[in-house]
Design a binder for this molecule. Sequence first.
Ligand code: FAD
Ligand code: SIN
Length: 546
Amino acid sequence: MEITTDILIIGSGIAGLSLAIKASELGTVAVVTKKEKFESNTNYAQGGIAAVHDQQDSYESHIRDTLICGAGLSHPEVVEFVVKEGPARIEELVRWGVEFTRAEIEVGHTYDLGREGGHSHRRVLHAGDLTGREIERALTEKVSRMKTVHVYENFVAIDLILSSSLKDQQGTQRPRCLGAYVYDYHQNVVHTFRARFVVLASGGCGKVYLVTTNPDIATGDGIAMAYRAGALIANMEFIQFHPTCLYHPEAKSFLISEAVRGEGGVLRLKSGETFMERYHPMKSLAPRDVVAKAIDRELKRSGDDYVLLDITHRDRDFLSSRFPNIYRKCLEFGIDIAVDPIPVVPAAHYLCGGVMVNHFGETTIDGLFACGEVACTGLHGANRLASNSLLEAVVFAHRTFLRIAEMFPKVPEPDMTIRPWDNRGATESDESIVVSHNWDEIRRCMWHYVGIVRSDKRLERAKRRIDLIGREIEEYYRNFVVTRDLLELRNIAIVAKLIIACAMTRKESRGLHYNLDYPEADDQNWLRDTVISRSPSSGSPHPERS
Ligand code: FAD
Ligand code: SIN
C-alpha cells in the first residue's frame, strides 16, 4: 500500500514524539515505530534531563561542564544554544503534562535537582528514577489526542526512498528523500510511505554490543539507512559505556543510575577497597569515560566479574523514595541496596556520533532530517555529559520543526512515481539460525575487540570478521523475504562496520575512544570530527575531510 503524508517521522521516543506534537500544526504527520509506541531508549531513562534551574547555577557553568566532557570535540556554538534553549523546552514538556519531582521546599528552584558525573552543580530534573517513563507517558498521551498525527505501531522502516534526479546550481546531482519503505510485521507487508519531509528519530545502537543498557529496539536502523542512502555519518567511534549496569545473571540491561553516585554512592572493589581516588579528583563522580575505563582496568587486573556500588550509608526511606525503581528491582534480584553494595559492570549505553546534521537537524540529503540519539549534532563531542541527551533531543526536535515550518510552503508533495517494494524472487528462509548466530557473533566481536579499550590489532581483527559476516548477511538479505530480525541484523552489521571504520581512522585517544597504540590525545591532527560516507564504488565506508 502507498501511504502519503506531509511529514514522516521514524521513531517514537522523546525526539520523534516532541517533534510530532509541534509538526501537527503544519499538516499530516505519520510516526512509524517498530514496537509499541512507548518502547524506546527514552522509556528507560533514569537520571533525568539536565538544564540550568537553580539560581546558584549558570549557563556558563553548564556550558563549561559540557565542553570539558566533550574533550575538545564539542562544537561550542551548539553547546551554547542547547544549554540556553534547554529551560524553555523543559517548560514545554511540563505544559504537555510531564511531572518532574518537585523540591520539598522551594529554595531558588521549584524542582528537585539531581547531580550526576561531570556536573559541577545540581541541575538534573527527574521524575524519581523513572524520568523516561514519565516523559513517554505524557508525550504518547498528548500525541494520541492529535487528529493530524497517526502512529503506526509495529512498523519497521527498512530503507529511505531517494530521488537522484534533482540538480543544484552547480549542476551536481542532489538526491532528495521522498519517503521510506516500511515493513508491517504483523501483517507481513511492506508499505511505501511518501512524504515531503522525512525525519529520522530512531535512536541509538546499544544492541551492537553484547552488554548494553539499551532495550532491543536500539539497533542503529536510522544510521544504517542514512548511510546506505549516502548521508554523511560522523564520530561513530565515540560509544559511551555506562559504568554501572547491574551484574546479575537474570537482569537484562538494568541500569543503576549515575544519580546513585550523585547521592553519595561509592565504587568499591569486591574486597571493599575504594579505587576511584587513583583515577580522578572527582572520584566516583568523575566523568563516565574515566569511571568506565577505571572499572575495566580494575576488573582486568583482579580477574573479578564486577565491582560494587555502595550506597548503604543512606537510609532506607531516602533510597526507596529517591530511587523507587532501582530499590524495587534490586530487591527482586535479592539485593537490598540499603544493606548490600550493588554488583555492577560497564555496559554500552549511548552513541555520541551518528547522522551528521546542521544546527536545524538537516542531514546532507535534501528532505531528510535527524534528531535525538541518531544524530551527530556537535553537542557531545568525544563524550556526552550525563543527562544531556534528553536535552539535546528536545532542543533539536524544536529546531527541526522550525526549519520544516520555514520550508513547508515551498516544498511540494513528491509527484514522482515511486516503485513499490519488490520482493520477487525472495523465498522464505529455512535457516533462521543464520540470523541468530550472526547477531550473537557481531555483538561478541564488538564487545571484545571494539569495547572500552581498543588497539590496532583488535580493530583489524574485528574488521575482518564483521566484513565477512556483513557479506553473508547481504547475500541472505537479497535471497530471502524480510523479517524484523533480518532487517535489524543487517543494520547492526553496518553500524558495527561504521564504528570500526571511525575507530581505525582516529589515530589517537580522546574521550570515549581509547586505543592502546595511541594512548595520548593528538590535538595537532585530531581536534576534529571523524566524518565518513559510503563510497559509491566499493560500497564501503570511506573517510571525508571534516
Ligand atoms: P529513542 O528514545 O531510543 O526512540 C527511538 C525510536 O525509534 C523508538 O520508538 C524505536 O522503536 C524507533 N525505531 C528505531 N528503529 C526503527 C525503525 N527501523 N523503524 C521504525 N521505528 C524505529 N539520557 C539522558 O539525558 N538522561 C538519562 O537519565 C538517561 N538515562 C538513560 C537510561 C537508559 C537505560 C538508557 C538506555 C538511556 C538513557 N539515556 C539518558 C539516553 C537517552 O534515553 C536517549 O539518548 C534518548 O532517550 C534517545 O531518544 P530518541 O528519541 O532519540 O530515541
Ligand atoms: C543515568 O541515570 O545514569 C543515565 C543518565 C544518562 O545516561 O544521561
